[in-house]
Ligand binder design. Structure first.
Ligand SMILES: [Zn+2]
Length: 471
């Protein structure tokens, strides 16, 4: 890969935990940072100015791109789903709203998943990833499980869907880790339901064979593995997915204990918690990321922390789906790095995810100050990238990937605080609307709030969503 070297001049930049001013950042033809110099008061000739606070690019560690099609509408729709193992979910016969839950939301989500084709998914993901770039995100972890045609028949190109997502990220100018997801059953010992047929490869060996054929260049796209959940992969096949990731030194992600119903069903089927089940099958280690990890026992927390597994918190989704608040403080104290994801894309705003993790903890405990702004930014940058297999991103430092984003410090939301408190302003006051620039591999993808590669993004988003909401 050869890119045009570029010199940027950042008004302020967050480097190694400190706010520096008048910072020159040079990118090299390999897309990495060639040099960083601070206190350069006169911008070098030909440099591109970045007014505001420049941060390392944000890593969105957990995404299902197609869930973006549910935004807003799912707040009004009511599916007829019920929690696994529970019968007779109430329905609204008298004009009252039926009780809405994660499980009713999931029914609406499945209906959209049925309508995806590789072409429609490419169109939708391209604009969703453009929205991410506009929010300062330079790398996405796409937890991808819509592999096959609706009846489960593979496409002529078995990775047509995954290829579409990798191509979409390229068009939107951001990096992607395709977390190819093994999803085989609808519950403990249950075959996939009709709407889950397209997620399933049949067994873990067939999943591994297909996943092995995914083409990714390692520079723009990398590949990891995912276990959808302990509900979706039979215990006897977990080791196959773990081995696949081990052989490639690849990330291994898993949805874990988002709902108490999963814990109850796992205890019934296996006599142990989902975390314990994963541990017993070798699935917990430093390349593992547990997503949500909301309802855990003390022993679960010890297992995750002891394995140095990352925990990916998705607070805006967990809020939206009424999941609960996961024990992020205890997990971190036990040894788990933290990362952040926008998951269902109720909003795409990593700054909001970062502050939500802290603010949710304040509400629960009645205390403030669980994390500093710098610690929250680290989850959104360096630790987020690391859990996606990009330990060479997430810092503004020579040798690291030239991925960064600039937050305005002079908008109506952010004006008035001194630049040295830029990180606090970014995390606790700014939003995605304050993202002014995004640079990926030295390339200026978002300039003054405008995406340079995807034109008319809002209109394209509306069209792409209309297409996938139509059978
Ligand atoms: Zn998820």
């Amino acid at each position: 890969m050869s890119l045009t070297p570029q010199t940027y001049w950042a008004e302020h930049a967050w480097i190694d935990g400190r706010v520096e001013s008048d910072v020159v950042i040079e990118s090299a033809p390999d897309g990495r940072i060639a040099a960083v110099r601070t206190s350069v008061e006169v911008p070098p000739a030909g440099s591109v100015g970045l007014r505001g606070l420049t941060l390392p690019g944000l890593a969105n560690a957990h995404s299902h791109a197609f869930h973006r099609a549910l935004r807003g509408t799912v707040q009004a729709d009511h599916g007829a789903g019920a929690a696994p193992g529970r019968q007779g979910q109430a329905t609204a016969g008298d004009g009252q709203r039926a009780p809405d839950s994660f499980w009713t939301w999931r029914e609406v989500m499945y209906a959209v998943a049925q309508n995806l084709t590789p072409e429609r998914y490419f169109d939708l993901a391209r604009v969703v990833y453009a929205e991410m770039a506009l929010a300062g995100i330079t790398c996405v972890g796409e937890f991808h499980y819509v592999h096959h045609q609706p009846d489960g028949t593979p496409y002529g190109e078995p990775n047509a869907m995954g290829d579409a997502l990798i191509a979409a990220a390229a068009e939107a100018g951001i990096r992607i880790t395709l977390l190819d997801t093994c999803y085989l059953s609808s519950g403990f010992g249950a075959a996939p339901a009709a709407r889950q047929l397209r997620f399933s490869d049949g067994d873990a060996d067939a999943w591994a064979a297909r996943a092995s054929a995914i083409k990714a260049d390692g520079e723009h796209a990398r590949v990891g593995a995912a276990i959808h959940s302990v509900r979706a992969v039979p215990a006897g096949q977990l080791a196959t997915v773990v081995r696949w990731a081990d052989e490639r030194h690849a990330p291994l992600h898993v949805h874990l204990s988002e709902q108490t119903a999963e814990n109850e069903a796992c205890l019934q089927a296996h006599g142990r918690t989902p975390t314990q089940l994963l541990a017993d099958h070798g699935a917990l280690g430093p390349r593992t990321t547990a997503v949500h990890a909301t309802h855990l026992t003390e022993q679960d927390i010890r297992l995750l922390g002891g394995a140095a597994a990352t925990v990916c918190m998705c607070p805006t989704t967990e809020r939206d789906l009424a999941d609960g608040i996961g024990p992020a403080v205890q997990l971190q104290d036990a040894g788990s790095p933290l990362s952040l994801g926008s998951d269902s894309h109720a909003v795409i705003d990593l700054l909001e995810e970062a502050r939500a993790m802290e603010l949710d903890e304040r509400l629960r405990t009645g205390k403030r100050g669980h994390w500093t702004a710098a610690q929250l930014l680290r989850a959104a940058t360096e630790d987020g990238h690391a859990c996606l297999g990009w330990s060479d991103a997430g810092r503004i430092e020579p040798g690291y990937l030239a991925d960064f984003t600039t937050i305005a410090l002079d908008s109506i939301r952010t004006a008035g605080t001194p630049p040295r408190l830029g990180p606090e302003t970014a995390v606790f006051a700014a939003s995605n609307a304050d993202v002014r620039h995004t640079v990926v591999a030295g390339r200026h993808v978002v300039r003054e709030g405008h995406h340079q590669l995807v034109q008319h993004a809002p209109g394209a988003m509306a069209e792409a969503i209309a297409a996938v909401r139509t059978p």
